[in-house]
Design a protein around this ligand. Structure first.
Ligand code: AMP
Length: 234
């Protein structure tokens, strides 16, 4: 069988391939490894950071993958533009989309959502006595909920990157961001003061798509479940 590496275009829904949304950037490689264990091989261009293509065929003629920003994976799946995807639990927690079902923890891209602040102010006063605090984050909902749960109003300065600069430039007192090794924080004079949540990547599906195409989507979930079991046992 020849590899069908041509992404299908404009087919009627019944015959169109399923779309799997995958995050570009830092965890692309780890996603590729999980896909391979599940028997899914995207066209070689999928790992080419320079290509302008965003949709790629796979070795399964009924499945194409799209490469989007990690925050957008959940949105594509929630609105049914993609039926399945791989998404960080941080993003799921931030958006809390009711249409997204997350059946499997893929146990990759592990990190934490943390509160951090400059080493020199950390511990200098009691956060439970604050009434409000300014926080820079790309997670406005997670940050707001976290501080609200202890009666503190968080005024969020929403940034999409370089959060670590905010305290040193007076933009905010604290940041809420992903921390893996902690070296980015250390390089910018910041320390973790709290962990809000442990994070890993999840397989996600659109609930309506799962109801309307249970066999095709159920089979894909099963492929990932088996790959995880094999990984866990082996
Ligand atoms: P580190 O210096 O290893 O603690 O990494 C922190 C930087 O990498 C921050 O800018 C984070 O936003 C980003 N980061 C860490 N882990 C992840 C992840 N699993 N997915 C995406 N970005 C991450």
């Amino acid at each position: 069988m020849t590899a069908p590496y041509t992404a299908a275009a404009l087919e009627p829904e019944a015959t169109a391939p399923l779309i799997m949304a995958l995050p570009k950037g830092r965890i692309l490689e780890q996603c590729g490894a999980v896909l391979a264990r599940a028997g899914i091989v995207p066209s070689p261009d999928y790992v080419n950071e320079n290509t302008r293509h965003m949709r790629f065929a796979t070795n399964d003629p009924n499945l194409d993958v799209i490469r989007v920003r990690s925050f957008d994976v959940a949105t594509f799946v929630a609105f049914g533009a993609a039926q399945i995807g791989i998404c960080g639990s941080d993003v799921l927690q931030e958006f809390d989309y009711s249409e997204v079902y997350a059946p499997l923890d893929l146990r990759i891209a592990k990190c934490r959502v943390c509160v951090a602040e400059p080493a020199e102010t950390a511990g200098s006063d009691d956060p439970s006595r604050w009434s409000r605090v300014r926080v820079a984050s790309k997670y406005p909902n997670i940050a707001r909920r976290h501080f609200a749960s202890r009666g503190v109003q968080a005024d969020i300065v929403e940034l999409s990157g370089a959060m670590e600069l905010a305290p040193m430039l007076g933009l905010s007192r604290l940041i809420v961001d992903l921390v893996d090794t902690g070296s980015t924080l250390r390089a910018n004079g910041l320390v973790v003061t709290e962990t809000i949540a442990d994070v890993s990547s999840r397989l996600i599906v659109n609930r309506t798509a799962l109801k309307t195409q249970p066999e095709a989507i159920g089979a894909l979930i099963e492929q990932f479940r088996k790959a995880l079991e094999a990984d866990f046992c082996g």
